[in-house]
Design a protein around this ligand. Sequence first.
Ligand code: SAM
Length: 176
Amino acid sequence: MTEKEIAILRIGHRPERDQRVTTHVALTGRALGASGMYLAADDKGVAESVKDVADRWGGTFFCENNVKWRSCIKDWKAAGGKVVHLTMYGINLPDIIGEIRPCEKLLVVVGAEKVPGEMYGLADFNVAVTGQPHSEISSLALFLDHLAEGDEFKREFPGAKIRIVPSKAGKHTEEL
Ligand code: SAM
């Protein structure tokens, strides 16, 4: 099976209040199949936290700080990729995922407070994870799960220094 190339573009990040949520966007993407996150803001702290996790838990997740979001989208499209914008105003996920699944290179855009109107026109797909407001973390998780149809649970993270030993009770880890 050839893996899709999936990256996240986080727009609207406010360093003074969004650090935790943006870090969780990256960690969710990393756990569920994305290969990296572009951050359209200058916040090296997020990139460092994500790198610490990736160093310890394996895989090759990148976090690129301070990108220009319009250029990021333009470059992605120029390289043959498609752009998915997660927004409650879009087409409901189950009604559009079949069109998205064949795309081999996907940039998934998530916002923070208010997303510029221009984003809706730049996206190839505006996708709603229900038409109800919730969050960038939950919408990303559900989108990636529907995209991979559960295969994300089989992912491996080469080079990990630690792994969980799944247990019915208690917390068991193994140093590698
Ligand atoms: N009112 C904001 C707007 O105008 O876009 C929504 C802000 S919401 C807290 C932050 C982000 O979560 C959104 O930009 C979107 O990416 C994601 N999000 C929230 N609810 C969503 C939904 N139902 N479907 C898809 N994405 C959603």
